[in-house]
Ligand binder design. Sequence first.
Ligand code: XMP
Length: 187
Amino acid sequence: MNKDKQPNILFSSEQIRERLATMVGEIEKDYRDKELVVIAVLKGSVLFLADLVRGFSRPLAFDFIGVSSYGNSRTSLGLIKMEKDISIDIRDKDVLVVDDILDTGRTLGWLKDHLNKFGPRSVKICVLLEKEVDRVIDVEANYVGFSLPNVFVYGYGLDYRDRYRHLPYIAQLGDNEVPPGEKSLEE
Ligand code: XMP
């Protein structure tokens, strides 16, 4: 275990804070005359949601939806399982889905279809991160915090084996790397 290793920080907490302030401005402008309902995707979006909604000056409602995509620790296989549905009425409401990362598009593609069944007036997508990869499902985010190449990231809601979500920054993990302080894969 290499305790001296430093995380490879891609986006610092300061960068995230500044970017979120700009995003809130854009979203507030677009939803000026609308009744905004934010649906946040568990668990990866929790820190993002908390910091984002704190910036809004107008009333809004939020709720959570829990979905998991089966796979190993770094890749999703695309089998979506809903673990918790929404418990808020979104009929005729303007819904903004807040998620941590848009990768293959399977999760958000499935979610958009699912939420549309409740009869909302509109459904838009806001992600903290967008991977620059070919989508398996054609879904576009309306608001994007940062774009990044096809690398594995953790922190600020995103996990490595269900840990490290609490970190205030987003760090990159190389193919055979583990986060600093974690037992290496050979140990
Ligand atoms: P899809 O492929 O459905 O992926 O667009 C969305 C979900 O996959 C997870 N994901 C990641 N999680 N680091 C993570 O910790 C990553 O680099 C990463 N890429 C995808 C995440 O749960 C996301 O909501």
